[in-house]
Write a protein that binds this ligand. Structure first.
Ligand SMILES: Cc1cc2nc3c(=O)[nH]c(=O)nc-3n(C[C@H](O)[C@H](O)[C@H](O)COP(=O)(O)OP(=O)(O)OC[C@H]3O[C@@H](n4cnc5c(N)ncnc54)[C@H](O)[C@@H]3O)c2cc1C
Ligand SMILES: Cc1cc2nc3c(=O)[nH]c(=O)nc-3n(C[C@H](O)[C@H](O)[C@H](O)COP(=O)(O)O)c2cc1C
Length: 461
């Protein structure tokens, strides 16, 4: 059985982990791959394939899924070429978009055209639903397990409900730098995406000092990278947690921040480590785990296994069935157990606001700093936007660029173009307008007209 997923911002990858954890109780041979890493010509030979597919852009298939999609659309593919294959599709989408779950629905339809046999009707996860995507996924898993008539067995790596992604050993070696401000990254974040180290050139406030909503422009030097980009493209930025937040968590858990660790990935679905080992515990937590992510229900269920206080355990189990969060001071898993279920720190996408020609060698983003009060009254900050806010000239930030779904007319195209980009949504249009300017030194002439509508809810840039 194989699980293939397509993700733009990481949610489908996280849900795929939950599916793998679920099936680890039953079978030992579930192979999980991102669609862009899968050799699509093998599809007709598969037995059972599960798809976890998100929809992005304007109802489009996710960019790294395009090769797979092109293969499925090949005209010379016989009508029953997938008749050996049984499959099930789980879609990730948001019903507030016009083309709800379009990518998953297109895939399901095409698989059936090619003779593949659905194990279940397609399941459309909806971010707007009260139980969210995870609730829909749990229902789907129950139905799927039933359909496959799987018998529960106890086997590694799933023991007592904790799925082990990493093996952690204390190390006596010293590490080159224990500073958690040093990015100690490896070379690639997935088999497809190589990241580059970009240097911060400037970090500029774009709104008035007293504006309640902070927006900043971050300029990065990319001269020493092979990054190329076009207007409409998106840069993914790897953040780090703040020193203060890392310190708070480690202190609360009673760990030693300078403890040197060897961390080994145990399987392919374990998120790739963003730093080389051995590393200190503080640098691991700073660069690997999202301390502000909304916890998934499974997080509470897993944490409950480590609760020494029965009241806390009951509360955690309660939270695993509905939403919630609290301070569980007596719940102290060891480091190895804890890192199995802390949510991974994922790179965040930002629309590129600069022009590849006019701002040659530079990449700019326009960042709205996320800060809000949660339901308990605590002030929370967005991990990546606050990381960028803290960044100083000369800091090195790991980034990679992906083609965006927004496509612009050629700079030479004379058709009129109306653009609407409120707030930081103006970024790709700024990129395009500077690109036009770099080529022609004009944006508006008698025969080419480009109009941008821009607004900002708080105060003027
Ligand atoms: C294609 C694309 C392009 C993008 N381009 C830009 C861009 O140009 N500029 C830009 O600033 N951003 C852009 N974003 C958004 C950006 O990727 C990040 O999501 C954003 O910066 C927040 O990341 P963060 O790490 O700071 O916040 P996170 O740590 O990820 O926190 C965000 C989470 O905090 C919670 N939250 C936030 N506000 C509240 C609230 N008021 N109440 C309760 N919970 C809340 C929500 O759960 C939210 O998901 C883009 C996103 C996409 C998908
Ligand atoms: C820029 C953007 C465009 C989206 N477009 C659609 C869409 O057209 N239809 C839809 O159903 N969901 C859409 N979504 C919602 C995503 O499918 C949903 O958030 C999903 O959980 C993302 O999964 P991922 O993190 O694996 O990419 C969009 C989300 C974003 C951020």
């Amino acid at each position: 059985m194989r699980l293939l997923y397509a993700t733009e911002t990481g949610t489908a990858a996280e849900l795929s982990q939950l599916v793998a954890e679920h099936f680890a109780k039953y079978i030992s041979h579930l192979k999980v791959l991102e669609l862009c890493d899968y050799d699509q010509t093998q599809l007709p030979l598969e037995d059972i394939v599960l798809f976890i597919i998100s929809t992005t852009g304007d109802g489009e298939v996710y960019s790294d899924m395009r090769n797979f999609w092109r293969f499925l659309l090949l005209k010379n593919l016989p009508a029953h070429s997938l008749s050996q294959v049984q499959y099930a599709v789980f879609g990730l989408g948001d019903s507030s978009y016009l083309r709800f779950n379009a990518a998953a629905r297109k895939l399901d339809k095409r698989l059936q055209h090619l003779g593949a046999r659905p194990l279940l009707p397609i399941k459309l996860g909806d971010e707007q639903e009260r139980n969210g995507l995870e609730g829909a996924l749990q229902d789907w898993l129950v139905q799927l397990t039933d359909k496959l008539q799987l018998e529960e067995v106890r086997m590694n790596p799933s023991t007592d409900g904790v799925f082990y992604y990493y093996r952690v050993k204390e190390s006596l070696q010293s590490v080159k730098s224990t500073s958690i401000d040093k990015w100690n990254a490896g070379e690639c974040c997935s088999s497809q995406q190589f990241f580059w180290e970009a240097k911060v050139i400037s970090n500029q406030l774009l709104v008035e000092e007293d504006c309640e909503h902070e927006v900043r422009q971050i300029s990065l030097n990319i001269e020493n990278s092979s990054i190329t980009y076009k207007p409409g493209d998106v840069v993914y930025i790897y953040p780090k947690n703040s020193v203060a937040e890392v310190g708070k968590l480690i202190k609360m858990m009673g760990y030693n921040p300078k403890q040197v660790l060897e961390v080994e990935r145990l399987n392919d679905i374990a998120p790739v480590l963003n730093l080389s080992c051995p590393c200190t515990l503080e640098s691991l937590v700073a660069s690997q785990f999202d301390l502000y992510a909304l916890p998934r229900r499974t997080f509470f269920r897993k944490l409950a296994k480590f609760a020494k206080d029965s009241e806390e355990r009951d509360r955690l189990l309660y939270f695993s069935t509905s939403e919630g969060a609290d301070d569980f001071r007596h719940c102290r898993p060891c480091i190895e157990d804890l890192i199995q279920f802390l949510p991974p720190l994922r790179p965040r996408p930002f629309s590129i606001a600069s022009s590849p020609t006019y701002h040659s060698g530079t990449l700019q983003v326009c960042v709205s700093i996320v800060k809000y009060q949660d339901c308990f009254g605590f002030w929370r900050q967005g991990v990546c936007s606050s990381f960028l806010k803290r960044s100083k000239c000369g800091d090195v930030i790991p980034v990679f660029v992906k083609r965006g779904s927004l496509k612009f007319p050629q700079v030479t195209d004379k058709k009129p173009c109306i653009m609407i980009g409120p707030g930081t949504g103006v970024a790709p249009f700024r990129s395009y307008l500077w690109e036009c300017f770099a080529h022609h030194r004009y944006i508006v002439t008698q025969d080419s007209c480009r109009i941008l509508f821009f607004g900002f809810a708080h105060c003027i840039f």
